[in-house]
Design a protein around this ligand. Structure first.
Ligand code: XMP
Length: 326
């Protein structure tokens, strides 16, 4: 059996005690393997990379070099949370790269969804590679590969549309959670002291808000998307529905519709609310949200988000519709 196969006798990590045992075992293994060498990690702020970061900080402290690339397509407050948790609370060795302009300039005028994904994925590798080349004495690359990645996509994280780093930057891989399922990764993350909002985060596509700002991304629609998404999240949380809906977000299409604001005709963007429940993302249903909550979200978006004059609730299950809009 290779070390990418989960042994049949491996116990499912469901409790803080089991998580602690796993952490102790991995900390010892990483220390033995890495010694006094350095490890590099692309830290997106997603569950898997965050848990790997926290685990490696526990094991080797500042020998872990984290790189957080802000591609400008993060949700509101996400990069700030990565900085406050990892730099502020965990004293991590963290390089923050704000590459917003680079990504948005490259994406300007590109409306084909797969091209958008390729550009975002490709540029991400490029920025990460540039940072890696500036560093010296790195021998290892840590990755948040989890067991479903190994089972479903031959060890490549799902939906990565580009290859990895170039040949001359091949490091030895450190993948401490590669035999764990997602629920186990969350239990381990909690035991490592990561905030609930990070550990229980719902799935978020690698290309981020880029696939929810439909068609060619513009800064004004991206801002409307980020603000409306934050309002939706706040209101769902305030209603106590956060754990009852599997994934929820907003979408801003690239067409406008008429409205009337302050007695004058407006010609503004719609915002679409997308909420789904699913087990494995292969099929999904749309939850019946209370009307009062939908009204409150609608009112807040119309009042608080510039350039928006209409709010829609997407009732389409998967199939026929996919969860994302592009
Ligand atoms: P669809 O839209 O295919 O989405 O019904 C199924 C799940 O996959 C997520 N998704 C992505 N995740 N990169 C990702 O990392 C992507 O390009 C991507 N597209 C869709 C989606 O959010 C949902 O959870």
């Amino acid at each position: 059996m290779d070390n990418n196969t989960r042994p049949a006798e491996m116990q499912r990590i469901t409790t803080p005690e089991l998580a602690q045992a796993f952490i102790d075992e991995q900390v010892a293994a990483v220390r033995a393997r890495v010694g006094d060498k350095k490890v590099l990690l692309a830290l997106s702020g997603g569950v898997d990379s965050s848990v790997v970061a926290a685990l490696l900080i526990r094991a080797i402290g500042k020998q872990l070099v984290c790189v957080h690339v802000n591609h400008g397509l993060m949700r509101k407050g996400e990069s700030e949370q990565v900085l406050s948790v990892f730099r502020g609370q965990m004293d991590a060795n963290l390089i923050y790269v704000d590459a917003t302009d680079r990504f948005l300039d490259l994406l300007a005028g590109v409306d084909e969804p797969e091209r958008k994904r390729k550009i975002i994925g490709g540029e991400f590798i490029k920025v990460f590679e540039e940072e890696a080349r500036k560093l010296e004495g790195i021998d290892f690359l840590a990755q948040g590969t989890i067991y479903p990645d190994i089972l479903e996509s031959h060890g490549v994280k799902a939906h990565h549309n580009v290859g990895g780093l170039p040949e001359d930057l091949q490091f030895e891989l450190v993948e401490p959670v590669r035999l764990l399922f997602k629920d186990e990764v969350r239990v381990v993350g909690k035991a490592l002291g990561l905030p609930e909002s990070m550990v229980e985060r719902q799935p978020f596509p690698g290309p981020g808000l880029g696939v929810r700002c439909l068609g060619a991304i513009t800064r004004d629609r991206l801002a409307a998307l980020r603000e409306s998404d934050a309002i939706l999240r706040e209101e769902i949380a305030a209603a106590g529905l956060q754990k009852k809906i599997w994934q929820f977000f907003t979408v801003v299409p690239d067409f406008r519709s008429t409205g009337v604001r302050d007695g004058k005709r407006a010609f503004d963007w719609p915002v679409i609310l997308r909420c789904v429940n699913t087990v494995d993302a292969m099929a999904a249903t749309v939850p019946e949200l209370p009307w009062t909550i939908l009204q409150k979200i609608t009112q807040r978006i119309l009042n608080e988000v510039p350039g928006v004059c209409r709010v829609l609730y997407d009732l389409s299950p998967k199939p026929v519709a996919t969860i994302e809009w592009e």
